[in-house]
Design a binder for this molecule. Structure first.
Ligand code: SAH
Ligand code: F3S
Length: 481
């Protein structure tokens, strides 16, 4: 699971080890992309200092927070249903306070307080440090709201609490916001302008994770390849930086190299890459360091040049192929995954066929595929009619999903017979006799436990597969342990 909406994780509860002396109980639930899950860890860390311990029992909570997603209408509907549930509990326990965090808070702002009468608190993604003040207002019986987007906030100075995790893999956010303005996307409106986090604080977090036993870090951002640190400030203001700032700036390739060198035994992944911002030096750095995983999530959204243009994706189909060719030339066994949108306004059968033929060319290892959902305020919503009937959207989406399944199976089959290094993350969901972990390409591998442990790097001989999972047997511990 990367900076992608993982259906299995939706609504996951965050539970942390209790801090002694803390009296109040926080129930915090997260929806949407990995950045939200990561942000909830920051929120829990801030509130731990305010006397809150997490609870898994909604009925016990003094404060209920829901970290929300606006990416598609369905995501917002899911959150509204949860709010109804919280409100039912609040009728029994009127002292309970309810707060909305994240993208829906940012998109709807004070409308939330008007529409959802039982919401006490609305906090946008850049305002979590203001939570102690906002809670003080709520405690005095007033509604509280802060949805100000920031030019600087990266939460670089807050150590997220991660006790909820598997203890092996962690996410570290490196950029916030997005400046790309894809016409369908609400993210630039809900998460603001793009800014990068100071590299030193990233390396410190990585080192700290290593010292706590973590073995794999995924660097997170809406558009990681656009990472640029030149002493602080927005990406779009880089052109005004001094010559010295420009000469000493850290780009994404530099940052990856710094991470790979700081912890040579730790695995590094990153997500998400935007084709127009991914440069050759990033692929070269990946090829150079064994501990940077051979996997790139490279959303394309459509295979039609006309639709790509309407989406304001600033590359063509041909340029995308060139990038794919370069990746495969420098890293032949690199896995690539996609995000795809079916039924963007004006999409014809011809455009849709272009998407299918692009998929045939790349043969993605995985994919995340969606029917277009119009988001209020975006360029597409303002300028284009949502004119593809939903049955056609669904049919096209199904064709895309079918084709992806064929390609996923083709890709997993290529692993059969190979011996690959797997990092054990957890017990298999289907069997308590098996471990589950991922190979470098991010495919889940399941194998008998024998005497291996969570957190071990193990060499596994792959013997069988489905379209999503590899099966095998451990050969030996890898030299990377
Ligand atoms: N750059 C971000 C993209 C976040 S949105 C990242 O880090 O992944 C994740 C995916 O949701 C997008 O790539 C796109 O395929 C899909 N998506 C975004 N807006 C959408 C919309 N309005 N309708 C349908 N799918 C959408
Ligand atoms: Fe959205 Fe495009 Fe940025 S999909 S998050 S505007 S790269």
């Amino acid at each position: 699971m990367e900076k992608i909406i993982d259906e299995n994780k939706q609504g996951e509860l965050l539970e942390l080890k209790a801090k002694e002396g803390n009296q109040r109980k926080l129930f915090i639930e997260s929806y949407g992309c990995q950045m939200n899950f990561s942000d909830s860890e920051i929120v829990a860390s801030i509130l731990s200092k305010e006397g809150f311990n997490t609870t898994q029992n909604l009925e016990d909570a003094d404060l209920v927070l829901v970290n929300t997603c606006s990416i598609r209408d369905k995501a917002e509907q899911t959150v509204r249903k949860r709010l109804e549930k919280y409100n039912a509990v609040k009728r029994i326990n009127p002292k309970m306070k309810i707060g909305v965090l994240g993208c829906m808070a940012e998109r709807l702002k004070s409308k939330f307080l008007e529409e959802e009468k039982m919401v006490d608190l609305v906090v946008g993604p850049d305002a979590y440090k203001d939570l102690p003040n906002l809670l003080a207002e709520v405690d005095e019986g007033r509604d509280a709201i802060n949805v100000i987007l920031s030019k600087e906030e990266t939460y670089g100075d807050i150590a997220p609490v991660r006790l909820h995790s598997n203890g092996v893999t962690a996410f570290v956010s490196i950029t916030r916001g997005c400046d790309n303005m894809c016409t369908f996307c609400v993210v630039p409106f809900t998460r603001g302008r793009e800014r990068s986090r100071e590299p030193q604080s990233i390396i410190e977090e990585v080192n700290d994770l290593w010292s706590k036993g973590f073995k794999e870090v995924t660097l997170l951002g809406q558009n990681v390849d656009s990472y640029l640190w030149y002493g602080g400030g927005l990406k779009k203001d880089f052109k005004n930086a001094s010559d010295l700032q420009k000469a000493t700036a850290t780009n994404f390739s530099n940052l990856l190299e710094m991470c790979a060198k700081a912890q040579p035994k730790m695995r590094f992944r990153f997500s998400t890459s935007n084709p127009q911002d991914m440069t050759l030096d990033v692929i070269e750095t990946m090829a150079k360091y064994k501990n940077i995983c051979n996997y790139i999530h490279l959303p394309v959204q459509s295979g039609s040049n006309r639709i790509l243009k309407e989406m304001n994706r600033l590359h063509t189909r041909e340029e995308y192929f060139e990038l794919i060719d370069n990746i495969k030339r420098l890293i032949p066994d690199c896995a690539i995954s996609q995000d795809m949108i079916a039924g963007f306004p004006t999409e014809t059968e011809e455009d849709h066929k272009d998407t299918l033929s692009l998929m045939e060319y790349v043969k993605y290892d995985f994919g995340f595929m969606f029917a277009y959902s119009e988001r209020p305020g975006t360029m597409a919503a303002r300028k284009m009619e949502d004119d593809i009937p939903s049955d056609i959207k669904k049919r096209r989406l199904n064709e895309i999903i079918q084709l992806q399944q064929e390609h996923s199976l083709y890709r997993t089959q290529q692993h059969i017979g190979k011996v690959e290094e797997i990092l054990i993350e957890k017990q298999s969901k289907r069997s308590d006799q098996h471990w589950a972990g991922r190979n470098s390409q991010n495919t889940m591998v399941v194998f008998p436990k024998e005497n291996y442990n969570v957190g071990d790097f193990v060499k596994v001989k792959i013997t069988d597969c489905t379209s999503a999972t590899l099966l095998g047997n451990a050969v030996e511990l890898s030299e990377n342990n």
